[in-house]
Design a protein around this ligand. Structure first.
Ligand code: FAD
Length: 349
């Protein structure tokens, strides 16, 4: 009989992030497939009542918390101590947490302390005949494995965006505080601030419906023998704004910046998609001026519908990597798309 602990942190405003609700949804689904199991919610942060109330009706057998100023920041020593204490208090055999940077770096170490095992970047979970299985990808999303373990506790970090978020009514949760002793040696690391781009400079939007990917072609000489990087920048920027899209890039385009060549001013290596870049999740993706080479296209694993615009009918996308390839000039297509999006936005008021 499994006891599933849903482990999450409350945000600075007291709420639960979407990734935490997704892990909760996965915990609920697992619990339903494991007869006799129970689920416990364990929360860490400055406060936990608002977060617990937001999921009060999820059917948890108990709501546990480790709270206080010591547990507000993301810090290995205190997060590990909190996770260890919550696992013990819940007597958890399976621990589910969102695979955020905060929990990814802490929970494998906690599993080691507890004599358990951890699996990171889990994208699928199922339970049948009382047996729990998880799936995850290996070798930069090229191979998928299904994993079962007998060792307990089993820590499972659920990749954000891979599961539907739990939805339900708010309520009033009865929180039980779990005491954790924090020696001074656990507080040597302090968070002195957060650096992030200004809101209007933010081009990475994990929740966007569309991923717009820019390739090196945007900086290449065009039909008139000249590059048109400033025009490219405006077209892409307008499209991101009008479609509320997230921006991805090929490695070649990002690397051009390091070589001192003109590139899009709002692009960084964080935008890079692919084998040595990221594997974002979006319902739709549109590649523009990008060849669709294998190391790049491997980053499109979790894009449901893939389209590309390329002048070359023989480009990599034409070889089965895109659902639709528009053989066309991306400058012309994006100008027209932006016009239609602007007209539509105007019509909607
Ligand atoms: C080990 C390794 C790891 C790698 N990892 C990654 C990775 O993580 N991510 C990644 O992206 N790459 C990666 N690469 C590089 C990858 O193989 C490609 O070289 C790169 O993605 C190509 O980028 P690109 O398509 O932007 O540029 P290019 O290959 O230069 O293609 C530009 C395209 O733009 C088109 N074009 C030009 N003008 C227009 C226009 N007006 N309208 C429409 N189309 C136009 C051209 O037809 C051309 O197809 C890796 C390579 C290796 C060896």
């Amino acid at each position: 009989m499994e006891t599933i602990l849903l482990l999450a942190n409350s945000e600075p405003d007291g709420s639960l992030a979407k990734s935490a609700l997704e892990a909760l949804g996965a915990a609920k689904t697992l619990g339903a497939g494991l007869p006799g199991s129970k689920m416990v919610v364990g929360l860490v942060g400055q406060t936990a009542q608002t977060a617990a109330d937001s999921v009060a009706t999820c059917g948890a057998a108990a709501f546990l918390s480790v709270v206080g100023a010591d547990f507000a920041p993301s810090r290995y020593a205190t997060d590990a101590a909190a996770a260890e204490a919550l696992t013990g208090a819940a007597q958890a055999t399976v621990i589910l947490a969102p695979a955020t940077s905060r929990w990814n770096r802490v929970l494998p170490g906690v599993a080691q302390r507890l004599g358990g095992r951890a699996d990171t970047h889990v994208t699928g979970l199922s339970a049948s005949n009382g047996k729990l299985s998880v799936s995850r990808w290996y070798y930069r999303q090229r191979m998928e494995a299904v994993v079962q373990r007998t060792q307990r506790p089993w820590v499972i970090l659920v990749d954000p965006g891979s599961q539907p978020a739990w939805q339900g009514e708010r309520g009033t949760a009865t929180l039980q505080a779990v005491p954790v002793n924090v020696p001074e040696t656990c507080k040597r690391t302090t968070v002195v601030g957060v650096r992030e781009p200004a809101a209007d400079a933010q081009t990475i939007r994990p929740d966007a419906t569309l991923l717009l990917v820019a390739g090196a072609g945007w900086t290449k000489k065009q039909a008139d023998g000249q590059p048109h990087v400033k025009d490219a920048e405006k077209l892409i920027h307008d499209c991101l704004k009008l479609a509320r899209a997230s921006l991805g890039s090929s490695k070649s385009l990002v690397d051009l910046g390091g070589e001192g060549q003109a590139v899009l001013s709002f692009l960084t290596h964080l935008n890079q998609i692919g084998q040595t870049g990221s594997t974002p999740r979006h319902p739709k993706g549109l590649a523009t001026c990008c060849h669709g080479e294998e190391p790049h296209a491997v980053g499109w694993r979790f894009i449901n519908e893939r389209r590309a615009i390329n002048l070359d009918p023989n480009c990599g996308w034409a070889r089965g990597k895109a659902d639709v390839l528009y053989v066309a000039d991306a400058f012309a297509v994006l100008a027209r798309v932006n016009q239609l999006l602007a007209d539509n936005a105007g019509a909607l008021g």
